[in-house]
Design a protein around this ligand. Structure first.
Ligand SMILES: [Zn+2]
Length: 81
């Protein structure tokens, strides 16, 4: 099975901007910009880790924000616009 990779040189490389998958040959270097390509399976893993981290952060921050929002709402109830 042909392994695929993506370029992550966003903004500088057409392949990265279009999120085109490039088949990995001997070299894992982008044919357009020359930057090292990231194998698709790895990017999924990286994305999964990032999503997991963001999810945890959102839970933590969300908990804090909810308290702040409730305080904010209470303040607005007492101070009309
Ligand atoms: Zn590239």
């Amino acid at each position: 099975m042909q392994r695929m990779a993506v370029c992550t040189n966003f903004g500088n490389c057409e392949t990265a901007d279009k999120q085109e998958k490039v088949p990995i040959a001997q070299e894992t270097i982008c044919p357009i910009c020359g930057q090292e390509l990231i194998p698709v399976s790895d990017t999924k893993l990286v994305l999964f880790k990032k999503v997991g981290l963001v999810f945890i952060l959102v839970l933590l921050i969300g908990g804090g924000c909810r308290v702040l929002t409730q305080k904010h709402l209470m303040v607005r109830m007492f101070i009309p616009d």
